[in-house]
Design a protein. Sequence first.
Length: 128
Amino acid sequence: MFEVSVEESFAAGHALRGYRGKCENPHGHNYKVRVTLRGQELDQIGLLFDFKDLKLAMNDIIERFDHQYLNDLDAFKVANPSAENLAKYFYDETSHKLHQATDGRVRVRDVTVWETDNTTAKYFEAGD
Ligand SMILES: [Zn+2]
């Protein structure tokens, strides 16, 4: 198996509905996100997936989040914009793109979101 990862960052605000404590109130984070891809076969020039193209796919999503109040976005009107749900959002969106771009050759293995330097949430699907 081969794996490649790209990390990107963005800044955004959120509030966790139903949380008892300070995180119930609006506040901001400098988020970092890492998307890891995996696959068994490389392409004709020896790449699993071009880092540049993975960055582009991630930046498409980041543009929706950067300097936004996440609770206002459609994706988080009901589901809380927790690090866990952000990780799942990146996973679902990049999986969809990857599937189209590589015809299933490359899959998203997991997505990790840092809310602070030492707190992370990861999303992956069993069997991957
Ligand atoms: Zn927070």
